[in-house]
Design a protein. Structure first.
Length: 322
């Protein structure tokens, strides 16, 4: 298929789903016998005359040249040398985040939870700009309740982030690394603070971690109050978004698989007199397991009655049964 046939096919495919404007500017001529039938087809679909033009000079030719340059750039960005694009992305991160070296090894954490209970976490790894699935790790969070006193004023996902970061790098310490050049945290300042709390416990706060806020797509460092915006459509922004999205996908998939296997359970299952209905009522009322733990006697009694409230209080005071 020659260039004229490719152009004809592209026009037919595109305008099968889009209304054509009065003038369609082309970079090259169509086949001699294709122009009139195609114009007639476009005119019939649009309900008015549509012309196919191949401008050779002037403003219209300038528009065609601009479209060609944009198309070339888009093609190179998507299908160009992956190694070159990856290095460009990593070097941009080094410059913008003021890193001591190009972040060839990036680890990213994400938390997935259901009404504050049965929390899981994921770790995904990117090496030299490519995801390395053999290094992915998943965690069943077990310490939100155990550390409830230390994190009483924090949301559960902060405590969960502290736990998973601590567990991950405690293991790397035991095995002698290798440690990442950059840690990417799915979340903003709060999650980042929790991650650094874990790193400080391990004497690893020299490691560089940044938070990536979902809505604003801003990177947060611990030493800067304001977020850092990566250039829109840049390889660097696309890379951190890809890593973050992959961590989220991996966490959600793990969470769903545990639910499907029936392995998810709540600490409230161990409380005498708590069935599925009351457990759901408590979690809806107080938002999470930590919220139930922090609730006063009066609040619990209003939610589930005096007898069950007392059972909940007794359970949390004595600790979960094993």
């Amino acid at each position: 298929m020659g260039p004229a046939e490719v152009l004809e096919s592209a026009l037919q495919q595109f305008y099968a789903d889009h209304e054509a404007p009065p003038e369609v500017l082309l970079s090259d001529e169509l086949a001699p016998d294709a122009r009139e039938p195609l114009e007639a087809w476009l005119t019939a679909r649009a309900g008015r005359r549509v012309q196919l033009l191949v401008p050779s000079r002037g403003d219209k030719r300038g528009l065609v040249e601009l479209a060609l340059r944009n198309a070339t750039l888009a093609y190179d960005t998507r299908f160009g040398d992956a190694a070159v694009l990856a290095f460009e992305a990593l070097d941009t991160l080094r410059r913008i985040l003021d890193l001591p070296t190009v972040p060839r090894r990036i680890e990213c954490f994400d938390i997935s939870t259901l009404q504050g209970t049965n929390t899981v976490a994921s770790l995904v790894m990117c090496v030299e700009g490519r995801m390395r699935r053999s290094e992915y790790r998943k965690f069943a969070i077990r310490g939100v309740s155990a550390h409830a006193d230390a994190f009483a004023s924090l949301p559960d996902d902060y405590a969960s982030m502290e736990e998973v970061v601590r567990r991950r790098y405690q293991k790397l310490l035991e095995h002698g690394g290798p440690f990442p050049d950059l840690i990417l945290i799915d979340g903003g300042k709060g999650q980042l603070t929790a991650a650094y709390a874990a790193l400080r416990q391990l004497g690893l706060d020299r490691l560089v971690a940044v938070g990536l806020a979902k809505q604003e797509e801003l990177l947060f460092r611990r030493d800067r109050m304001e977020g850092i915006a990566l250039p829109q459509q840049s390889p660097a922004l696309r890379l951190v978004q890809q890593i973050r999205d992959e961590a989220h996908r991996f966490a959600v998939t793990f969470h769903r698989s545990r639910r499907a296997k029936g392995t998810l359970r709540s600490e409230l299952d161990d409380v005498a007199g708590i069935g599925p209905r009351r457990r759901k009522q408590l979690l809806i009322t107080f938002g999470s397991l930590a919220g139930v733990r922090r609730a006063s006697r009066e609040e619990l009694e209003r939610a589930v009655g005096a007898k069950v409230a007392q059972a909940v209080i007794d359970h949390f005071e004595t600790g979960p049964r094993t």
